[in-house]
Design a protein around this ligand. Structure first.
Ligand code: RB5
Length: 151
């Protein structure tokens, strides 16, 4: 499994902690930026870099982090094929995989602590999508909506 990670300055420290956590589990990571937590950086290009890594199949899942997780998840969701889920607890993370087949996890570094963040990451990456049932039909509807609205 390969994970693409991106953050702005506010999410940088938590991103590094998440990467250390994943490396310890032998999970391959690619940091798409920002490169430090000191210089103010827009979350937009880093959300887009993670989104493209997934849509171009260079990564299996993405993790994006900004102060709240809001701006970076909104941006990721502007990319066709991305289902980014902003999660503040493990249940949301599990359900975003089971029900929504989310392919990007968004975290708010100023909203949750690092212990909870790492638990959310593990919950997200270890939960499968419930393929073939009612949730598949809804994800198919999302994909059909993209076909209509993404030009
Ligand atoms: C940066 O100050 C902050 O606005 C950003 O990290 C994020 O919370 C935006 O959604």
């Amino acid at each position: 499994m390969k994970i693409a990670l991106g953050s702005d300055h506010a999410g940088y420290q938590l991103k590094r902690q998440v990467m250390d956590h994943l490396y310890k589990q032998g999970i391959e990571c690619e940091d798409m930026g920002a490169v430090n937590g000191v210089d103010a950086a827009s979350y937009v290009p880093y959300a887009s870099a993670v989104a493209k890594a997934i849509t171009e199949k260079r990564a299996d899942f993405g993790i994006v982090i900004c102060g709240t997780g809001i701006g970076i998840s909104i941006t990721a969701n502007k990319h066709k094929g991305i289902r980014a889920a902003l999660c503040t607890n493990e249940l949301m993370a599990r359900l975003s995989r089971q029900h929504n087949n989310a392919n990007v996890l968004s975290l708010g570094a100023r909203v949750i602590g690092s212990v909870l963040a790492l638990a959310i990451v593990d919950a997200f990456l270890n939960e499968p999508f419930e393929a073939g049932g009612r949730h598949q039909a809804r994800v198919d509807e999302i994909i059909a909506t993209e076909e209509v609205n993404f030009k």
